[in-house]
Design a protein around this ligand. Structure first.
Ligand code: CDV
Length: 308
């Protein structure tokens, strides 16, 4: 039986702060339709797809922060996306800011969900690696307050059975960490979906600004190759509220090769046939985990300490 998933990366252009969710969702439906017309069975949208990337602002009033969060999913704003995808029988994933009550307290996560072709949410991932800072730093041209507005996802990385294979998710900064891919691969993931919002300017190390596109693909390609799995990287791109976000959405094969890449910084669909059986090209050979991996000597990897 074929295990080819025709997969679309649905890159999105900027979401201005005052763009209503209904308008954003209408753009997502247009991208979904384009992808489905090309035969896609899975459409992957970016991190925090429904709103502007609000961690760039210091918002002293919690009500202003909460306006960017979703209290339930699906909800009135996203119901049309769920309905269209279900009618088309297409699976999809997207990121959003999630607030929920857990163990008697309010928790806020940077979340991504995977929805299967019947409209069921089959995976709920909460971002583990939150970049940035938690206090207002006025010296920056823009803030990166993920550590203020979210708490880290407590559940780590796991893949789920979906679309005839095993699919995992990660979000933006997670893609720079080798542990993300290895944890997912060890859970059996054959494909990893990763949305991102990456400013071209990195205030703490501006000398690396010219490397942002390189580091993006370096991370996605290395993660795919060293773990023998498909990686779908999807940007929210372009100039969003004066902040320049990189594009470069890419579908990466288990060999580390980019097989499709976005050419613009706006709403754009790219499609590739992702054969999950191609994972074996790597996993049955150079990265045959059972044969060659040496967890017995990787003792520092899961330990909290860092040698000084
Ligand atoms: N949304 C992100 O996680 N962005 C980070 C930036 C701050 C470096 C990233 O790793 O792309």
């Amino acid at each position: 039986m074929s295990r080819v998933i025709r997969t679309a990366a649905a890159q999105m252009g900027p979401n201005p702060r005052d763009m209503p969710r209904a308008t954003v969702v209408a753009r997502m439906i247009a991208l979904l339709d384009q992808a489905a017309a090309q035969g896609a069975e899975l459409v992957v949208f970016p991190e925090l797809a429904l709103t502007s990337f609000f961690p760039r602002w210091f918002l002293p009033d919690q009500a202003d922060v909460d306006a960017f969060f979703e209290t339930e999913m699906p909800n009135a704003a996203t119901a049309p996306l769920f309905a269209r995808a279900r009618a088309l029988g297409v699976a999809f994933s997207f990121g959003y800011a999630e607030v929920l009550q857990q163990d008697g307290r309010t928790c806020r996560y940077n979340t991504a969900i995977l929805v299967d072709g019947t409209g069921q949410i089959v995976d709920h991932y909460r971002k583990v690696h939150l970049p940035g800072h938690s206090e207002h730093e006025p010296w920056r041209p823009f803030q990166h307050l993920e550590k203020r507005y979210f708490e880290p996802g407590p559940f780590g990385f796991q893949s789920v059975k979906a679309l005839g294979g095993r699919i995992g998710q990660a979000i933006c900064n997670d893609r720079r960490w080798p542990e993300t891919y290895r944890e997912l691969a060890l859970s059996g993931a054959e494909m990893v979906l990763i949305g991102y919002n990456t400013p071209r300017h990195y205030p703490p190390a501006p000398e690396h600004d010219h490397l942002q596109d390189f580091h993006n693909h370096l991370s996605l390609q290395a993660g795919a190759y060293a773990n023998g799995m498909w990686v779908i990287g999807v940007a929210k791109a372009g100039v969003e509220e004066g902040c320049d976000l990189i594009g470069g959405s890419a579908i990466v094969a288990p060999t580390g090769e980019i097989v499709a890449q976005a050419a613009t910084l706006g709403d754009e669909v790219i499609v590739a046939d992702c054969d999950l059986d191609r994972c074996a090209e790597i996993r049955a050979n150079i990265f045959d985990f059972a044969k060659h991996r040496r967890p017995d000597v990787y003792t520092r990897l899961a330990a909290p300490g860092i040698a000084t």
